[in-house]
Design a protein around this ligand. Structure first.
Ligand code: ASN
Length: 453
């Protein structure tokens, strides 16, 4: 597949041919990366630009947006998210809706109301989640690049499971206007691409201050893709107590990355951080609390397909219990519980304290290091049905969620294959607003590991 960098050099006729070619490839593909592939409808397109696949929680004017949930089936966006306007300004267009876990709550794309997306490398394995459709489309050669969202790893983990590059920007760097909120203090939109340079290009295109998003950062901004420099020598920290929990195959991949970084001239330092079990508890309290508030708008009155006609209570009950899947219902209930009076201090406030502690620990490490290297997930992509309980699934997020709790930028990239041929990804985490260092380090690592698809 042509890269985004190459596509930016094409004439309008060549782009038209590329779009037609892509449409044929999508229709012939059997991995179910796109919602349209799973529903037998036509690939949605907006404009005539370079085609970029869009996760089903990002508003594109006049497109159906469902967040892969039955509750929103048939809902059509009245406006574009800012990221879509930014794509269009740069000569790119939204092209095809990618599958996801319902309301971005999951790590395998198994909770979509449309059904599964298959990992293109091994169809018996999950593509990861929640942006599993976006990662599978890029890895499967049916998208040049895609947009995903990352609340607790939803860009980086599917990118790692499928062997592509996924980047979560600093909280506030990319506008959330027009992106369906799951957990407003954690969500960020970012690129999923075939390589690090394309990720930098797409990040540059979508990022920047937006007055339509009150959480958008108004800080000085320089484009990263024009200043990429893989020759910078950096100090990179490794969190020792994190790695112990990874599978042997992930450890091997991680060690390869450490050796490659040393060979590229970087200095490695070893650190420890707060226990991952505390990070997990903090994330699943903060995220579900915010989700319970954000998803209250899908009540059959303001949004959502209305069900039940025996009074208000029946209408709310029927609308939500028929519209939302099991995992979403569970999280709304958990979130409502931790915010309820009597439990608020014991759970929600405590989780916020742990969140601050995590932030402080990152700041301490960044006094000495430019970047932190960590695995993306404790295992490579698992077989469908492997997550028997919600907790099994939550445990696949132990390395990614602290980055969202601290609001930091991070990029995941593949470094080698495990003994069954599945990609092993690692992530580089940076200081807030220091995306340049994140991309420079990632480019250096990409060159030195020389991963072959
Ligand atoms: N949305 C995400 O970033 C995925 C994360 N596994 C979650 O379910 O919250």
């Amino acid at each position: 597949m042509i890269t985004l960098k190459e596509a930016l050099q094409l004439s309008s006729e060549e782009i038209r041919d590329l779009r037609n070619d892509l449409k044929t490839k999508i229709n012939e593909s059997n991995i179910g990366a796109y919602v349209e592939q799973l529903t037998n409808s036509d690939i949605s397109t907006s404009g005539e630009g370079i085609p970029i696949a869009i996760k089903d929680n990002i508003n594109v004017k006049n497109w159906e947006i469902t967040c892969s949930s039955n509750i929103l089936k048939g809902y059509v966006s009245p406006y574009n998210a800012t990221v879509i306007n930014n794509l269009e300004k740069a000569g790119l267009s939204a092209f095809g809706r990618t599958n996801m876990d319902e309301f971005a709550m999951g790590s395998s794309t198994e909770s979509s109301c449309y059904g599964k997306t298959l990992n293109p490398i091994d169809n018996s394995k999950v593509p990861g989640g929640s942006s599993g459709g976006s990662a599978a489309a890029v890895a499967g050669g049916i998208a040049i690049a895609a947009l995903g969202t990352d609340t607790g790893g939803s860009i980086r983990q599917p990118a790692a499971y499928c062997g592509c590059v996924g980047m979560k920007p600093t909280y506030g760097r990319v506008s959330r206007y027009g992106i369906t909120a799951y957990s407003s203090s954690l969500d960020q939109c970012g690129p999923i691409t075939q390589n690090v340079e394309d990720a930098a290009i797409l990040y540059d295109i979508i990022s920047g201050n937006d007055p339509m998003d009150s959480t958008s950062a108004n800080v000085e901004y320089t484009k990263v893709s024009q200043n990429l420099n893989s020759d910078r020598k950096m100090t990179i920290a490794v969190i020792e107590n994190f790695i112990e929990q990874a599978s042997d195959e992930v450890k091997k991949g991680f060690n390869k990355a450490v050796v490659a970084l040393k060979e590229a001239g970087h200095t490695i330092v070893y650190k420890n951080m707060v226990d991952t079990s505390k990070i997990l508890s903090s994330y699943y309290i903060v995220a579900t609390a915010e989700a319970s508030a954000n998803l209250s708008r899908f009540d059959g009155v303001r949004y959502g397909n209305r069900k039940g006609d025996a009074g208000l209570k029946d209408m709310y009950t029927q609308t939500k219990s028929q519209g939302f899947g099991e995992e979403v219902q569970k999280r709304i209930m958990l979130g409502s519980f931790v915010l309820s009076s009597g439990y608020y201090d014991a759970y929600y406030i405590k989780a916020q304290k742990v969140r601050h502690l995590i932030k402080d620990e990152y700041e301490e490490i960044f006094k000495e290091a430019d970047l932190i290297l960590s695995p993306v997930s404790p295992t490579t992509a698992v077989e469908f049905g492997s997550f028997k309980t919600s907790l099994d699934m939550y445990l696949s997020d132990i390395y990614t969620i602290s980055v969202n709790l601290a609001g930091l930028p991070a990029i995941s990239l593949p470094v080698q294959k495990d003994n069954s041929g599945m990609p092993v990804g690692v992530q580089l985490i940076g200081k807030a607003y220091d995306e340049q260092t994140v991309f420079d380090g990632a480019l250096s690592l990409e060159k030195s590991v020389n991963y072959k698809k």
